[in-house]
Structures are given as structure tokens and as C-alpha cells.
Design a protein around this ligand. Structure first.
Ligand code: CP3
Length: 363
């Protein structure tokens, strides 16, 4: 009995799906919690699997990808399970060359001309990504049963993609970079070509996320990790414009499925992003003041974030102080506790355990 209301935990109800309910706008205390990049990074049981196959093979083998996705859930009963895959699977599925090089990150055959762009084949995507969809349907089934310390049917399955601008950064620069100068140069010098690339990504990302939802994802997230590199005019065009198109089409095809947007380092553009894109949840990076953003956006907008991943590496009181301040800043509004960027690979799992326990403590 809770608040005079009898709560019956029936299979198939939303009663215990704390993350899904929050993403749909309910206010929960304590807030649900999961961590960006929780799958396949900091756990020793992942590093063991890593020896078995290269990164893309791990993403494309449903047995392995399912297992890696479930590892953090098994240990910590995270409220969300994020699919083990990568934002660069989409360009790779369209035929762009991609390799993950040890200590260097992704290396792609750079797209610099219309001829390069025309060699991409979006029609291949459904077939190439079929194993990812198989992984999602297995995950959805697995999460109906208990998984480690997580109870049956409590964990929300999250699909994802990179947002068009961020994926374009890797496609045009041909790998990671601090500045993505080639990409931004193309946006200024060859706006027609860059618009074509963004349009292609907008369409293929929509279809891929739609397929993820049909396969079992209960919410989807758009990672726009490099959004903050763009000045306002370009931000409106390539971040807000592209995201709005994806969100409105997903809402048309899958009404009620929550969409999380992560315009990293959007700073002064975050409020406009929140207002104009139609995302249900805005994920905040570490630099944002959650309480201040909460004052600038609609009270219905769900906020997610935004603990510094370095504080989790540090652990102890430093981490707990930051974490509880963020939890407090989200009190009284829909908030999903998370990091401001991905969990760092060297993070001790015990620190994550302490963090999750502190967030879940009722006080
Ligand atoms: O837990 C999860 O979130 C699972 C899935 C996931 C991965 N990458 C797995 C991965 C997600 C959501 C991503 C997102 C992603 N990938 C982003 C956006 C978020 C962010 O961190 O800004 C970006 C920019 C990428 C591109 C990418 N993929 C880079 C730059 C790298 C190399 C550096 C790194 O982060 O490890 C990857 C490789 C990658 N993606 C790995 C994993 C587990 C490591 C590959 C390996 O095991 O060797």
C-alpha cells in the first residue's frame, strides 16, 4: 500500500518501470538511474568478452551484444539497459569503411565530395543492421525475467543513434577529432553537399530508430556529442532542424515512445533545443547547471544528467557530494539521474555501486 493506493505488481504494467514512467513525464523520488556508456566499458566481465571478437563483430553478434548490454543490469539493476552498439554502425551499414584502432578510436574513409557521398547506399541498412534488431528483441525478452539483481520487467530498454551532425563529424573528418574542422569547413564551403549529407542521415537515422522501436526498444536516445561545436545559425540548421525532423517522424510512427536528445555542450542553445526539437527528455552534459536549466525550460520537459564522470572515477565523498546535489536539483520535476558524458573505462565498478546505492536511498 502506497499513499492509500494499493499497488499491485502485475506483469506487463508500468508500475515498476520507473525509468519509462519518468521518460513519459512522471516525477519520481528517488529518480531512476542509468549511466551513459554503461555497456562495454568499465566492467571486467566485458574485457573478458573483448578478447573474443573485434568491436564491430561484437556489435553484430546478438549473443555477445545481448550479454554486454545486460552486464551492468545484472550487477547494479540499472533502471535502463542501453543497447550495445555504436553510432558509427549507420555509416558503416551504408558502406563507409570503418575500423576501430586500438588507442586511436574509429577510423573511417572520409567523405569529402559528392562522388564519395553517392557511393553510400542507404538501401543496405535494414539488412546489415538486422542482427542489431535481433539483439533488441532478445533483450526485450530477457528483461521480462529477472536479470541478476534486477527484478523481472522493471528495466527499460533504450535504443539509440548518433544525431546527424555528430555522425557527419566522424564521416567527413574520417575519425575522432577535437575540432572537426573538415566537417565544419564543408558546412561553410559546400553547404549544398553538407545539407545532402545531413538529409541522408536524417532519413536513415529515422528509419533505423523506427526499426529499433519495432524490435523492442522502449525509448530511444539521439547522441549529439559535438553539437556544441556549432555557432547558432548552423546549430539551428544541423542540430535543431535535423533533430526536429527525426522526432516528428518518430512521433508519427510510434506515438508515445519517448525520445531523449543529448545536445552536448549546447550551452546557450540548450533552451531553444528543448523548445524546438520536440524531444521528451533533454540530457545535460557536465557543464550545465541542472537547476538553472530547469528554470529555463518547460516543467514538462524531462531532464537527464549530469554527474561528472571524473567524479565517479574519484569515488568517495567527492562523488557523493556532487551526485546528491544533482539529485536534489532535480527534485520535484521529472529527472533521470545519469552522467554528463560516458562512464570512463578505468572507473572502478565499486564506485558505480556506491553511486547507485546513494541515488536510490530515500531521504
Ligand atoms: O553503454 C553504451 O552506451 C553502449 C553503447 C555505445 C557505444 N558507443 C559503445 C562503444 C554508445 C551509446 C556509444 C555512443 C558513441 N560512440 C558516441 C556518443 C557518445 C559519446 O561518448 O560522446 C560516440 C561519439 C561514438 C563514437 C565512438 N565509438 C568512439 C569515439 C569510440 C572510441 C573511443 C571510445 O569511446 O571507446 C567508439 C568505440 C566504442 N563504442 C567502444 C564501445 C564500447 C569501445 C570499442 C572497443 O571495445 O574497443
Amino acid at each position: 500500500k502506497a499513499g492509500g493506493r494499493i499497488v499491485t505488481a502485475t506483469y506487463g504494467t508500468d508500475e515498476h518501470r520507473r525509468l519509462l514512467r519518468t521518460l513519459k513525464g512522471e516525477t519520481m523520488w528517488p529518480p531512476p538511474v542509468w549511466l551513459m556508456r554503461q555497456a562495454g566499458r568499465f566492467l571486467p566481465e566485458f574485457r573478458a568478452l573483448r578478447e573474443k571478437a573485434d568491436f564491430l563483430t561484437r556489435c553484430m553478434t546478438p549473443d555477445i551484444a545481448t550479454e554486454i548490454t545486460l552486464q551492468p543490469v545484472r550487477r547494479f539493476a540499472m533502471d535502463g539497459a542501453i543497447l550495445f552498439s555504436d553510432i558509427l554502425v549507420l555509416p558503416w551499414a551504408m558502406g563507409q569503411s570503418l575500423e576501430f584502432v586500438e588507442n586511436r578510436g574509429p577510423v573511417l574513409g572520409a567523405i569529402r565530395s559528392e562522388a564519395d557521398l553517392n557511393r553510400l547506399d542507404p538501401k543496405r541498412v535494414p539488412e546489415v543492421t538486422a542482427p542489431v534488431m535481433e539483439t533488441l528483441s532478445r533483450l526485450r525478452k530477457a528483461l521480462r525475467e529477472p536479470v541478476g539483481v534486477a527484478a523481472a520487467d522493471t528495466v527499460t530498454l533504450i535504443g539509440f543513434a548518433g544525431a546527424p551532425f555528430t555522425v557527419a563529424c566522424y564521416m567527413v573528418d574520417g575519425g575522432g577529432s577535437r575540432e572537426f574542422a573538415q566537417t565544419r569547413l564543408m558546412a561553410y564551403q559546400e553547404p549544398g553537399l553538407f545539407d545532402q549529407l545531413i538529409a541522408l542521415l536524417t532519413e536513415t537515422t529515422t528509419d533505423m530508430l523506427s526499426a529499433q522501436i519495432e524490435a523492442g526498444a522502449q525509448a530511444v536516445m539521439l547522441f549529439d556529442s559535438w553539437a556544441g561545436l556549432l555557432p547558432p545559425l548552423e546549430f539551428r540548421r544541423h542540430v535543431i532542424g535535423a533533430t526536429r525532423q527525426i522526432v516528428s517522424e518518430l512521433k508519427r510512427r510510434h506515438p508515445g515512445v519517448p525520445v531523449i536528445g543529448f545536445p552536448r555542450l549546447a550551452g546557450g542553445m540548450a533552451a531553444e533545443y528543448a523548445r524546438e526539437t520536440g524531444v521528451d527528455t533533454m540530457a545535460l552534459d557536465t557543464s550545465a547547471d541542472l537547476a538553472a536549466v530547469a528554470g529555463q525550460v518547460s516543467p514538462d520537459l524531462v531532464l537527464q544528467g549530469n554527474l561528472d564522470p571524473v567524479s565517479v572515477l574519484a569515488g568517495g565523498q567527492a562523488m557523493l557530494k556532487e551526485a546528491l546535489a544533482i539529485r536534489e536539483a532535480g527534485r520535484g520535476r521529472p529527472h533521470v539521474f545519469n552522467l554528463g558524458h560516458g562512464v570512463l573505462p578505468t572507473t572502478p565498478p565499486e564506485h558505480v555501486g556506491e553511486l547507485i546505492a546513494a541515488i536510490r536511498k530515500v531521504n
